[in-house]
Design a binder for this molecule. Structure first.
Ligand code: FUB
Length: 358
């Protein structure tokens, strides 16, 4: 009996090992399908996502989301992105040692916040650093808040209320060459942009149908205090080469979330994620309000559902900060990365393939 059990156990162990081997082969086949990542995670001691990079005081500061596992259920509204604080990272140069400056802002110190601290951005003006962040208020409606610090790495002190008139997610604050600052924002589905028409909230509003004109991102110039809008929030028009707005059915090109603005050779480049088709696309215009004409893809889909980026010039070269899920394999536990971004002579951006298939 004992002998039988032992050989039975050996058989079981063999079967189990074979199963593990099969699973591992399957997993590596999936990695092989995607190809070899073109860059490695910037940090691995915490999960980070949605990197907004800036050069402050000659150093690169990255303002990312801080992904954590809270057990929140995964759904189409991003309930599994249940983040509770921000850590600011910095480095001297791309490829340099990355420093984690610790907790810069905690949700428990934001008086009006309910849940889900999503993708932030930062700006500097007259000796003060501003951290802009989306979080659901206590009624579960996304608003955009602002917090200040005398240091780029924080800690940041939040204002007692969200920015009046702000809504939805993913703020990007852009400083134009004339000294004006603009905030771009918005995100559909879990980002709730579809609930806002003419800057008025309708909790029951539906997403657009495929044949309808797609939801548009938003922009507003900031007041001198950097804590309020100087004008009513406007829609940002993204058009095709014929000047027509995209339809919701054009989901490989229409705006979904993750707005970013940068200037290159006097032109305004508005880039964004197409969400459910997973591209980072861009469109070019002649002024901060647009319209912006669609030009192509900056970054092809990464592993994980979300795609989110920033584009920044560092010592004469351009870089794309982005994320994937290389460390965890889980959509809600992401890791940030950086790679060089190149322009063609006509100002178009060379599309980046995040995985090398050769
Ligand atoms: O990190 C939470 C959300 O996922 C961001 O706000 C979106 O842009 C997407 O990356």
């Amino acid at each position: 009996m004992h002998t039988y059990l032992t050989s039975h156990n050996i058989m079981l162990k063999l079967c189990f090992s074979t199963l593990l081997l099969c699973l591992a082969t399957l997993a590596s086949a999936q990695t092989d399908n995607a190809g070899k990542p073109i860059s490695q995670p910037l940090v691995s001691h915490i999960y980070t996502a949605d990197p907004s990079a800036h050069v402050f005081k000659g150093r690169i500061f990255i303002y990312p989301s801080h992904d954590i596992e809270t057990g929140a259920k995964e759904d189409d509204d991003g309930g599994h992105f249940d983040m509770k604080d921000y850590h600011i990272l910095s480095m001297k140069k791309p490829g340099g040692k990355v420093k984690d400056h610790g907790v810069a802002l905690d949700i428990k110190n934001i008086p009006w916040a309910g849940r889900q601290l999503w993708a932030p951005d930062a700006a500097y003006k007259d000796g003060t650093y501003f951290l802009y962040f989306p979080v659901k208020d206590k009624k579960d409606v996304f608003r955009i808040g602002v917090a200040t610090s005398k240091k780029p790495e924080g800690p940041f002190q939040p204002e007692p209320e969200p920015i009046p008139g702000s809504y939805s997610i993913d703020p990007c604050v852009f400083k134009d060459t004339d000294g004006n600052y603009y905030m771009y924002f918005g995100g559909i589905w879990g980002g709730q942009l579809q609930r806002w028409q003419n800057n008025t909230y309708n909790a029951t509003a539906k997403l657009k149908k495929p044949e309808e004109v797609a939801h548009l991102p938003r922009v507003a110039r900031l007041n001198a205090d950097m804590k309020s809008f100087a004008e009513p929030v406007k829609e940002v028009k993204i058009v095709n080469e014929n000047g027509n707005l995209f339809l919701e059915g054009n989901n490989d090109k229409r705006f979904f979330e993750a707005a970013w603005m940068h200037r290159y050779n006097g032109k305004y480049y508005f880039s964004y994620s197409t969400g459910d088709s997973h591209n980072i696309c861009y469109a070019v215009g002649d002024n901060p309000y647009g319209p912006f004409t669609y030009k192509g893809i900056v970054l092809k889909p990464v592993q994980g559902w979300t795609n989110h980026h920033s584009i920044v010039e560092i010592k004469g070269k351009w870089y794309l900060f982005y994320h994937d899920v290389q460390l965890s394999g889980k959509t809600h536990l992401r890791n940030i990365k950086v790679t060089e971004l190149k322009y063609n002579a006509d100002g178009t951006i060379q599309t980046i393939e995040p995985y090398d298939k050769n």
